[in-house]
Design a protein around this ligand. Structure first.
Ligand SMILES: [Zn+2]
Length: 372
């Protein structure tokens, strides 16, 4: 990953690059950004820049030996730590990042903008609570005690340090404060408020904002071949989250509007026969499609609220706009909040393999009660 591949946030990039050029590389930085912000890509691109043998004024070269290794995430001096859980094949003390590197690399190559849920699907730990264990902190210390093989800097990227077990966090305090020479820690967090203050106080913070609608639109056009009007719509819906935009695009989003609109009409009319049939047909869809429908619903609810409160900011037009105009007439902020919560809960249960049929039927009943 190179800085130019991130697709925006040049101000942040400039600050990072300037610090390197002036020889002021902080030994521990915290890349803070909400889920959907490019904080992990930024850390990857920054690590690539740090060790590039032939950097330009504002980016790594992309062709030197170091860049080529970074491109495949196989640089021997760049270490990764991330949340994992036991799986069918890996249990007990073996549950540490180094035993998941193959999956991790394919995750980074396929979806460097991905989130924890996607990562769990890749390594096969969807059902268990992932964390960064005490054993992992021992590995960190061990890995950093070795001299750099070839690079200018040894880099330790810790993705989602908020998943660190307190004993793991305490285990790395000392090395985080005084790492060996030419060692750089990059902590990449989606929820820095969950970090111990002792960790926070030992890092220099870098805020990674979400993409703007414009940056997101451009990324969708340039990198994903989306046509401009569609790209703009997706960017609006995704609220700065590239991954969400891709999810909307790749799943069944064209169908989602019709499904959601019909579903809400059933709930409004309290048509129980139809609700039962609908639960059956939702049940028959695959899990990605089910989740995508729920997320689409959450987005539409948010839009209906915006339409009611600040009409000027309403982002949706066409068929969806027409639906929202009617829908927002029967909705108020309390109803929107209540239904959103139900959809969020349903999404959570689906992730944990609840029966889709029962869940959707129950959801329909609850929504119809809230609407009335
Ligand atoms: Zn290079």
């Amino acid at each position: 990953m190179r800085l130019s591949e991130i697709g925006g946030l040049e101000e942040v990039q400039n600050k990072l690059v300037q610090a390197v050029k002036s020889g002021q590389v902080p030994h521990a930085q915290l890349f803070m950004g909400k889920q959907g912000s490019p904080n992990l890509p930024m850390a990857l691109a920054y690590a690539t820049f740090l060790n590039c043998e032939n950097p330009s004024d504002n980016d790594s070269c992309g062709t030197c030996a170091s860049c080529i290794k970074m491109d495949k995430y196989i640089h021997p001096d760049v270490h990764f730590v991330f949340p994992v859980s036991s799986t069918k094949n890996i249990t007990g003390k073996d549950v540490v990042s180094t035993n998941f590197l193959k999956e991790w690399r394919s995750f980074l190559l396929d979806s460097p903008f991905g989130n924890m849920n996607q990562w769990a699907t890749v390594f096969g730990g969807e059902d268990k609570q992932a964390n960064i264990s005490k054993e992992e902190s021992r590995q960190i210390i061990k890995n950093l005690s070795l001299k750099a093989f070839e690079a200018k800097y040894k880099v330790m990227i810790i993705w989602l340090p908020e998943f660190m077990h307190p004993s793991a966090a305490n285990g790395i305090l000392k090395i985080l404060e005084e790492p060996p020479e030419k060692t750089v820690f990059l902590l990449v967090s989606n929820d820095h408020e969950k970090l111990l203050t002792t960790i926070l106080s030992r890092t220099q913070r870098v805020t990674i904002p979400q993409f703007t609608d414009q940056e997101l639109t451009q990324s969708l056009i340039d990198k994903h071949g989306v046509e401009e009007t569609r790209a703009r719509q997706l960017a609006h819906l995704a609220n700065g989250d590239l991954q969400a935009a891709l999810r909307f695009m790749n799943s069944v989003e064209d169908n989602n509007h019709q499904l959601f609109a019909d579903w809400m009409r059933d709930c409004f009319k309290r048509d129980f026969t139809s609700m039962v049939k609908r639960a059956d047909s939702f049940h028959a869809m695959n899990k990605v499609a089910q989740k995508s429908l729920l997320l689409y619903g959450i987005t539409m609810l948010r839009e209906s609220l915006i339409r009611n409160t600040v009409p000027d900011l309403a982002r949706v037009s066409g068929e969806e706009g027409k639906f929202l105009e009617n829908f927002s007439k029967v909705m108020n902020p309390d109803k929107v909040a209540a239904i959103s919560e139900k959809l969020n809960e349903a999404h959570y249960h689906l992730e944990r393999n609840a029966s889709a049929k029962m869940m959707f039927l129950d959801l329909s009943l609850q929504i119809s009660m809230i609407i009335k």
